[in-house]
Design a protein around this ligand. Sequence first.
Ligand SMILES: [Zn+2]
Length: 253
Amino acid sequence: MVSLSSISAGLQPTNKLYLNDSYLKTAETTLLRYVPETRRSGYFVTTDTIMHPKGGAQPSDTGSIESVNFKAVVKKVLEHSGVVIHYGDIVEGVPREGEKVSMTIAWEWRYRVMRLHTAGHIVDYAVVQILGEDLLSSRAFHGPPESFVEYIGRAGEIDSASLAQISNDVVKASKRVYPVLVSRGELLKTVRGAPNLARLPELETYRVIVIDGVNAIPCGGTHVANTAEVGGILIRGVDKVENGFKVVYDVAD
Ligand SMILES: [Zn+2]
């Protein structure tokens, strides 16, 4: 087992192209490091990436990386100290550090995750509408097979039908969704309806996902550009968990 810290040692943070454009399906970049695990598998670090690593309540993307010398299937994407590490199988050839590579994302999966992540922010809005802004969410996951957000406290006051109604009104209103970068000083003025402000790490700059007229939540994830793309939000259940409740949701096809 190769450690992520040894793979990323001495490298600059990866340029995450998906932060500015979550719709990128391919990119040309440079292979900075290749660390073989076996003869047929290994870890790839590139200057730029379009693939979101596992973390931040979002699952890993998958896809492929190839050059004139090799072709690899990316099965898992991880992050260590800002360096994005793509793990996968070599299909043919041998990667060479420093060479130009092209990267392709498994788009169908990613687009579903984008719809689910934006839906998660809309569910947050719906829960805040019903219970008020002093809410704390404890855990979340925006991806298949089961997307959910957990909140602390007061499960009895919320029902699936009201959540579904409020959420789908936002979807149907075709609200614009976009990222903004704000300083720590501006953060409190920018953020609206975010349940977890007290727990945010101290950073110089925050990326905030704004849904026009709905909420603005610090987030490093990938989102659709308009709530209409979510399609529809299904509330699968509001379940009691320790300290609170869990809203399980999905997007309609
Ligand atoms: Zn988010």
